[in-house]
Write a protein that binds this ligand. Structure first.
Ligand code: CO
Length: 470
């Protein structure tokens, strides 16, 4: 058992994303940032994931500006972000030069820890981002931590040995810490024990971080076992924004760790103050309907059916729309079969929807793969990366033709062209004010352009108003 277990606070990013679709405006938490800075967290996860898109699309905020302001109010806390490797914050492969620039700007604007993952655990997709962290960490004279992240899933090929092998690979690549990311909240206490002990046996000095969700109600038990097995950091959210589809509660963990005699480094008075601050914020969004009671409850179906809760809801909605709920059991049985044919991808977005929809199609049509979705075709063409295990050769032949081979998107789609910036700048003209603006546009062209246009109109209005007032 570790002497010290530290906590990453996720209220600004994952808790915000899981409970209220990332709609928390900066103004709602600005006043607590200086207090949070004194809490003694390992880090505060505050950026990446959906925050970037949500800022531009719904909140009318510049995501880079948000990051700089958080940095300014929290000078002593490590600020953390989540990055989807070569996909940055989305689902398409960007060119290497774009990935490098994104990482540079994230570091320049204040990020201290970049947690990098690939949905298929194809680690070639996180290599460019890792190297960029090292390069720009040096350039800006800061120690920025690259955290290698494993998308956790259960399947016949995802054994402890396989996960240990992945960890060895991440260490060899140069990652400083390793995060086990259990996005569906299905990691059981005993799986956590097996995994963490297995990893610690091979890599005793590698800090291990556990990221899970309370969705299925398992998280607290899983964390207890993880703590007993030597985990170093656990992701939590302040009580008001914990549980349900979010992380376990920071304050609860604090008291439990005290009972274990394990130091967390947290300041009890400060974390309770943080929680008190967020209580009315949460209430406001419950009242407005933004936080739904559904996301706050426990949904154990994922444990029963071995698929994430979100995927199941999606499937039920589809079947209900088609008036075919009588096919529910058949579709559930079809899921592991489709997943096997696809080489056991982790069931995260976008793979969860892909597998779920194809399973539904197979049972509705009454013949397997008579109709194949465009997503599954793209997957077999190699557009999502390399599958964790060999795919069905029969299905591959059906999609790619006899002897057809998937394209290696890591090689094909990531070649640097130097064109993305030039083109983006040209398209934006005077709407872009900075390199950060250009990057926002490369990541989310429509949302960014709309945001820049509104920003410009607002400034012109203010200018007109000022002249009239004089
Ligand atoms: Co998460």
């Amino acid at each position: 058992m570790a002497k010290k277990v530290r906590i990453t606070e996720t209220v600004l990013r994952d808790a915000n994303q899981s409970l209220m679709a990332t709609r928390l405006p900066y103004a709602d938490f600005e006043d607590i940032l200086e207090t949070m800075d004194k809490a003694g967290y390992y880090s505060v996860e505050c950026w990446g994931g959906a925050t970037f898109d949500s800022c531009l699309r719904y909140l009318g905020e510049d995501p880079w500006e948000r990051l700089r302001k958080i940095r300014e109010h929290m000078p002593n806390t490590k600020l953390q972000m989540l990055l989807r490797g070569q996909n940055l914050l989305g689902y398409k492969h960007y060119h290497d030069d774009v990935v490098e620039k994104f990482v540079e700007l994230a570091i320049k604007n204040g990020i201290d820890i970049i947690r990098i993952f690939d949905a298929l655990n194809d680690f070639r997709n996180i290599e460019t981002a890792l190297k960029a962290v090292k390069t720009y960490s040096k350039k800006y004279n800061r120690h920025v931590i690259a955290s290698g992240c494993i998308s956790y899933t259960q399947s016949p090929v995802h054994t402890v040995e396989k996960y240990v092998e992945m960890c060895l690979k991440l260490k060899e690549m140069g990652f400083e810490t390793i995060c086990l990311k259990d996005m569906a909240g299905t990691m059981s206490p005993f799986e956590a024990e097996g995994l963490i002990k297995g990893i610690k046996r091979e890599l005793p000095d590698m800090p291990i971080i556990l990221h899970t969700h309370c969705t299925t109600g398992m998280a607290y038990m899983t964390i207890a076992k993880a703590v007993e097995s030597g985990v170093d950091v656990v992701d939590c959210a302040t009580s008001a924004f914990s549980n349900g589809t979010s992380q376990p509660a920071t304050e609860t963990l604090f008291y439990a760790l005290q009972q274990y005699g394990i130091e967390s480094g947290l300041d009890e008075a400060v974390i309770n103050k943080v929680n008190d601050f967020f209580k009315p914020v949460k209430q406001k969004y419950i009242d407005s309907g933004r936080i739904s009671p559904k996301s706050m409850g426990t949904d154990s179906r994922a444990l029963v059916y071995k698929v994430p809760g979100g995927m199941l809801s999606n499937m039920i909605a589809n079947l209900t729309d088609m008036g075919a709920m009588d096919k529910f059991d058949a579709a559930l049985k079809e899921i592991p079969e489709v997943r096997k044919d696809l080489g056991y991808p982790p069931l995260v977005t976008p793979m969860s929807q892909m597998v779920g929809n194809q399973a539904v199609t197979n049972v509705i049509v009454g013949e397997r793969y008579k109709t194949i979705s465009n997503e599954v075709k793209a997957y077999f063409h190699g557009e999502y990366g390399v599958a964790p295990a060999p795919v069905s050769s029969e299905l591959q032949e059906k999609i790619l033709g006899a002897g057809g081979k998937p394209v290696d998107c890591r090689i094909e789609d990531s070649k640097r062209t130097g064109e993305d910036f030039r083109k983006a700048k040209e398209e934006l003209g005077d709407l872009a004010r900075s390199e950060e603006d250009v990057m926002s546009y490369i990541c989310y062209p429509k949302q960014a352009k709309d945001f820049f246009e509104k920003r410009k109109a607002k400034e012109e209005n203010i200018a007109t108003y000022t002249i009239e007032a004089m």
